[in-house]
Ligand binder design. Structure first.
Ligand SMILES: Cc1ncc(COP(=O)(O)O)c(C=O)c1O
Length: 407
């Protein structure tokens, strides 16, 4: 299938510090020089341009690497360099061709609205190696839809669903060698990013945008099995204002959480639980994951317009129903925390974090359930079921996985 093209410009060679450009001459060791920008290559794409009438051109993409040798058992959750990423630009009212970039750098205008005004949103999903060596990606269409809602809120043109999916699949294909082997319980973390890349100085939307998909291999977070943690209830900070941007995955939400989350981690609480910003009465979500709880036979999760709709939460709620539980999406008052049998935080990165204790911020420590030192069987079962679906070990009865064509 032909690649789609509108206007694609090869990056100009960058200036190097310490050459003519600099008025004060700084001696820069070669290792500290600005990186060279690789020329982008068009990649095979089945996506039609949104409005462009430009002719279609295809250049074969670089052959993916196959000789990656990583310590798969000890990857952790951190950035690791890969073969590259894919990107696409929006100019003159249309998305252009998808390009492959063979290095981890991005050349952008210093006046880009993403840098100055936070006109930037992103997604997070994972691809998994299966026993037959194929690779499956989990719920990619749901991430495509959520990115559209984030884009709308930030006045960024939507990335059409098929372009999103093609870009994700191309990024995985390019980095197939970085998908951890089956059995190591790792995954390829996929990070689509969408931002205003055109220059504006007054506050207004950009007229140029960049959509890219980068990836990095990550390890099994719970090598010793699910372990319970103590969360901190946030009394000192709010995450999202009513009618603000809490319901979308925009960069600024995470910048705002950095300071309180870092302080709480230093105090021994790996995750922090936010309340509604208006009344500080109802539970919202953790800094980077949704809240859920079990109460008798119910899977309970807060209903609020300022929570990010977690795809993992939807997955768990569906599976809880499959297992005969009822699902309650409703406001959760802080006084109800002590009545829950178990509490969890959920998100793509780890699926579930069992929360067995909550530091309430007034010096009291709330213990959840009968035995806070043990993760309950229902939570383990949900966790194992999600993993089994992701690794293709049980039937994908809800149609959540797409298989990536590798050749
Ligand atoms: C604020 C917030 N809530 C919830 C989630 C979990 O969402 P998902 O399950 O789609 O990863 C995330 C992670 O993306 C998040 O950043």
């Amino acid at each position: 299938m032909a690649a789609t093209a509108s206007t694609t410009t090869a990056f100009a060679a960058p200036l190097v510090l310490g050459t003519k450009r600099s008025s004060t001459c700084i001696n820069v060791e070669p290792a500290h020089r600005l990186p060279r920008y690789a020329t982008p290559r068009m990649v095979q794409s089945e996506v039609k341009p949104t409005t462009s009438t430009a002719t279609t051109k295809t250049t074969p993409a670089t052959k993916p690497k196959t000789d990656v040798n990583l310590d798969w058992a000890n990857l952790g959750f951190q950035y690791r360099e890969t073969a590259g990423y894919v990107q696409c630009s929006y100019r003159n009212g249309a998305w252009g061709a998808l390009e492959q970039i063979d290095e981890p750098y991005l050349r952008m205008h210093v006046g880009a609205t993403a840098l100055h005004y936070g006109q930037s949103c992103f997604e997070g999903l994972k691809a998994f190696r299966r026993a037959d060596n194929s690779v499956g990606v989990f719920r990619v269409r749901d991430n495509a839809k959520r990115l559209c809602s984030s884009a709308d809120r930030l006045m960024i043109p939507q990335v059409p669903e098929e372009l999103f999916i093609t870009a994700v699949l191309e990024a995985i294909r390019l980095n197939a060698a970085y998908v951890p082997p089956y059995g190591t319980k790792g995954a390829l973390y996929v990070r689509p990013l969408l931002f205003g890349s055109g220059a504006k100085i007054g506050l207004q939307t950009s007229d140029e945008f960049t959509f890219l998909v980068m990836v990095t291999p990550v390890g099994d977070y719970y090598r010793g099995g699910l372990a319970p943690v103590t969360a901190a209830l946030m009394n000192s900070h709010d995450r999202a204002a009513p009618r603000g941007v809490g319901h979308v995955k925009v960069a600024g939400n995470y910048a705002a959480d950095l300071q309180p989350a870092t302080q709480m981690k230093a105090a021994g609480y790996p995750i922090n639980l936010y309340l509604d910003a208006q009344n500080r009465r109802t539970v919202e979500e953790f800094g980077t994951s949704n809240f859920f709880a079990f109460k008798d036979n119910a899977y309970v999760t807060p209903d609020s317009p300022s929570i990010l709709p977690s795809i993992t939460n939807r997955t768990l709620a569906t599976l809880a129903q499959d297992f005969g539980m009822t699902v309650q999406k409703r406001p959760v008052d802080i006084d109800e925390l002590k009545e829950f049998d178990a509490i969890g935080a959920c998100g793509t990165a780890v699926i579930i974090t069992a929360v067995s204790r909550i530091a309430m911020g007034d010096g009291t420590l709330l213990e959840i359930g009968d035995n806070p030192d043990v993760v309950c069987e229902r939570m383990k079962r949900l966790y194992e079921e999600v993993r089994a679906i992701q690794y293709g070990e049980v039937e994908d009865r809800h149609g959540w996985c797409e298989i990536v064509k590798l050749d």
